[in-house]
Design a protein around this ligand. Sequence first.
Ligand SMILES: [Zn+2]
Length: 340
Amino acid sequence: MPLPHAWLVKPHQTQPRILAWAERYPELVELDSVQQFVGFDVYLITVTDRRVPDEGKMKCLFTQPHAHEPATTAACMDFLSQLLDGCHLDGTPTDLDRDRILNETVLSFVPDGNPEGRARSPELCWDGSKWSNEEFWCFMRGIDPRTLGMWERFDHWDLREQDPRPLSLGIVYEQIGEFEYVEPNRSHASAYFRLIHQALEKRDYDQFLDLHQTEFINSEFNCMMLLPILQEELPKPLQRENSAWAQEIVEAWREAGASPVSGPQPLSYTGVQGDYFRHRWGHIYHRLPCVSTEVHNNSPRTSPAEQQRLTEIAIRVSVARRGLTESELSGSARKEARVL
Ligand SMILES: [Zn+2]
C-alpha cells in the first residue's frame, strides 16, 4: 500500500523540519524541548501570531506518546506545514483559514513524544500488509522469550530486574537511564510528560487532545473517541465539555465517511493499567478538558493516508472549537478542580 507522498515520522525527518520552521517563522513559532536519555530532543512546537497578544485566544495542546502510532505524527507534521507554509507537505495548497487561526488560537503540538522509540521502529507506517497484529505487538512491547509473543506492559521497569529479559526491546518504551525504561504516557519520568508539564506551567490551555491509534480487533469500526478514565468523577462542566468535544469529532468522522464508534467512552482500563492513568493523569484531567483519539492502526481496512486524514479531522474540529468560556471554566470547573 503506497505511503502518502510526504510522510514525516522518524526523528531524522521531523527534527530538521521543525527547526527550519522555527528559523523561518520566528513571529509564528515558539519551540520548547526536553532531551531524552539517549540524546534525542523532544519538541513542543507552538504556533500563533506572536504579534497578537495571547489573551482571548483559544489555546489547544496536541500530543502523541506512542512510537508505534506513526500516523499521529504524520498528521501533526502535515497540519503544521499547512499552518506555517500554507501547503501540505506534498506541496498542494491548504484550505485552512490560516490568518484567522494564527490570530485567534495558540496551538501547541508534541508531534513525536518518543523519538527514541520511533527511531527504533522497523517501519514508517503500519498498514497491515506485512505484519500480523501479533507480530506488530512484538515490535511494540518486545518479545517474551517464554512465549515468543508480546512482552510485558509496564509503566516503569528496570532491565536488571527482569528474569527472563525480553528478547528484543519494544518501541513503545523510552530508555530513561542505563537500565531503566518507561512507557511515555504512564510515567512522569518520560520526556513526553516532562514536556507536557512544562507546557501546562507556561500556558493555561483550553483543551488537550492526545492522539493515539489502535487495532480494532474483531470490530467493524475504525476510529473512536475516549474520555478520561475519571470522566464520571470530574466537575460537571468538564464532563459536559469532554463529551461535547468528543461527540463533535465523532460526527465529523462520520460525515467524512469513516466508521466511528458511535459514542465517546471513558477509558475502560481496570486494575493496574487503570491505576496508572488515575495516578499519572488525574491532576491534568481535573484542570482542563481532555479527550483522546484512537484511529485504526495496522490494517488494510484503513490505509496510512486514511489514518492520517482521520487524525487531522480530529485536530481540525478541535481548532475550530470555542471551548468553555472563561467564566464557565473559572466559575465552576477551576474552582472545583482546586478543591480536588
Ligand atoms: Zn497510543
